[in-house]
Each structure stands twice: as C-alpha cells, then as structure tokens.
Design a protein around this ligand. Structure first.
Ligand SMILES: Nc1ncnc2c1ncn2[C@@H]1O[C@H](COP(=O)(O)OP(=O)(O)OP(=O)(O)O)[C@@H](O)[C@H]1O
Length: 318
C-alpha cells in the first residue's frame, strides 16, 4: 500500500508487561508490529485498556519494551546513546488529550509556545515574540493570545496551542493521544481539519490514537485495530467498511453502521424520495462547509429541510 522506503518508524514485535495482583502478569502490548510512513496517518483504535497509551509511551521512549524493537529511520532506538535519544526526541512530538495538564498554569502562551525551542537552544535572542506569533498564525489563532494564560482560553484554543507547541520543533512524527476526545464535535472537526492541513503542508507523519473508528476513518491512511493488547487488524483507512474482518472490528463497525442506518431512515423520512448524488445542487447552503457531504447533516437535525435534497443523497457516510 505504501512505499517501503518511506517508512520512518517501525515497531517490531513489541511486548510490554506489568505485574498484576496474585503474582500474575498483565500483557498490555502483545507482539505489536506497526509501520509509520512519511506524510501519512496511522490511526490506532480500540477500547479503553487495550494498550494504546502503553504502545505510544514505548514509541516515545517513555517506557522500554520488554521484548521487540523500535526502529527510527532504520536505527534501533535501544542502541542509541543518551545524547542521540535526546536529539531524536525533537523529531517525535506529542499532543495530549488534556493540554492544560501539560502547560505550566503560571506561564503565558508566549512562554508555553517557545519552551521546547528554548530547551533545545534553537531560539536566538530577540526572536521569541516573532516565533511565537508565527506559531499562533500556523494554527489559525489571533496574535493577542500570546499574553494570555492557558486557563483563560477555550478547549479548542488550548488544543491548537498544544499542536503549535508540538510542531515548533518541526518534528517528523506527531503522536496525538486522544487529542480531540475532550472537545465537542464541531471543535473536534476543525482541529482535525487543521491537523490534516498541517500534515499536507509539512509532510508530517501522524499517529492518532482514538476510541472512535468513525472519526479516525475520515482522515487516517491506515488503521490499526487493537484488542486486549494485540493489533488484531491493520486496515486501509478509507476502506474500513469493506475490509474489517476481525470480529472486534466488525463489532465496532456494526455499532457505527446501525447508528448511520437509523440516521438515514430519519432523513429519508423527512425528505421523501432522495435523488441521485449527481444532482448535487450548487446552491446548497452547507456545500462549502462539507467534506463528504456529511457532518452538517449529522449535527444540525433541525436544519435538515434547508439542505438541498441532492446533498443528502451524497451523504453515503451518514
Ligand atoms: N504502569 C502500569 N502498571 C500496571 N499496569 C499498567 C500500567 N500502565 C498500564 N497498565 C495496564 O495496561 C493496560 C493497558 O493500559 P493503557 O493505558 O495502555 O490502555 P489504553 O488503551 O490507552 O486505555 P485508555 O483508552 O483508557 O487510555 C491496562 O489494563 C492498564 O491498567
């Protein structure tokens, strides 16, 4: 599916175990092998406790695997010197679910944004404000936020600051651990759109951890489905619906499709006969806001009658 030479991060047979009560052992990650490709997104989906965060901590070198290896540009992370690891960490950055927890509450946005650059001594004297403003522009935030404290901003703004800070070091890989789960649906959508735009512009690879298979399949290039510490299936992002074979993947998809089917029935009930997708009307008020002909229909039920019928017909993802 992807060119091998574009593989920048490779996890081979990773195992991580923890001691459990009664002298038992809990295997949080069990023989996990994955590849991350340049400029592509690997989605990792699975229920709570299946081992997603443990996997990410190993990829970020915050935790050592008990077995297996992680190769970055073909080089084994375990064989790197401490200095090499420290330098390497710039190239893999993380965005967390709760950015507030990772920001110093008494530091202003300007300091939060430039802290990683200062840590790596990559900020010249007198450059701080200009660099921080450039980072804010990159994530489509106004410059006057520079002088605010994180607690005085909205969740979506804080997450954009988290993204800007992570990208300040120009990483090759961005790891997003439930980065949009705490946001409401409309803000979640704009943050994902921002990430997708930045990925295209900067050719960054992303590892995106999430519970929501519907969300992840809208932008990931490949999806690893995790269940009880195993990657049970690796699927091409855009074709999850037709490829999921493992019973757990099927269960995730079934839940998704039953919701969509109910929604489709509701809409068809409202609109009567649905015309074919090729009738898409130019004048549909939501057309420009809509990537698949989708979210608006799902989110704004009271406005359904305003949406031109052809638009609804295109909502094959509902
Ligand atoms: N340091 C630890 N010591 C003991 N057990 C741990 C430790 N870290 C994780 N675990 C266990 O490993 C399993 C996987 O945890 P992990 O946090 O990786 O799951 P997750 O899929 O990220 O869950 P969530 O989506 O809820 O964050 C869980 O059963 C958890 O209790």
């Amino acid at each position: 599916m992807f060119e091998k030479r574009e593989c920048i991060l490779q996890a081979n047979h990773l195992v991580r175990q923890f001691p459990a009560p009664k002298k038992k052992v809990l295997t949080a990650c069990n023989d996990i092998s994955l590849e991350v490709y340049r400029g592509k997104t690997l989605g990792i989906v699975g229920e709570s406790g299946c081992g997603k965060s443990t996997l990410v901590r190993m990829l970020m070198q915050l935790e050592q695997p008990d077995r297996g290896e992680i190769l970055f540009h073909g080089k084994n992370l375990a064989e790197m010197t401490a200095k090499e690891k420290w330098l390497n960490r710039q190239k893999m950055q993380m965005v967390f679910q709760d950015p507030l927890a990772s920001f110093h509450p008494k530091r202003k946005v300007i300091d939060i944004l430039t802290e990683p650059l200062e840590n790596y001594k990559r900020l010249k004297k007198g450059e701080k404000e200009a660099k921080a403003k450039e980072l804010l522009r990159m994530v489509e935030l106004p410059e006057d936020l520079l002088w605010r404290y994180p607690h005085s901003m909205s969740g979506g703004q804080r997450q954009r600051i988290g993204i800007a800070r992570a990208l300040s070091l120009e990483p090759e890989i961005l790891i997003c651990d439930e980065a949009t789960s705490a946001l409401d649906v409309s803000v979640q959508k704009t943050v994902i759109e921002l990430l997708v735009r930045l990925q295209k512009e900067k050719h960054i690879s992303m590892v995106f951890i999430c519970h929501d298979i519907a969300l992840i399949q809208s932008f990931a290039h490949q999806i690893a489905v995790m269940y009880l510490g195993h990657v049970v299936e690796l699927l091409p992002g855009e074709q999850v619906g037709s490829h999921g074979a493992h019973p757990y993947t099927q269960a995730l998809l079934q839940a998704l499709f039953s919701v969509r089917d109910d929604r489709r029935k509701e809409i068809e009930g409202l609109e009567g006969e649905v015309p074919s997708p090729c009738d898409l009307p130019k004048g549909c008020p939501f057309w420009s806001r809509c990537r698949y002909g989708t979210e608006t229909c799902r989110e704004e039920k009271p406005k359904l009658k305003e949406i031109a019928p052809g638009h609804l017909a295109a909502c094959h993802r509902l």
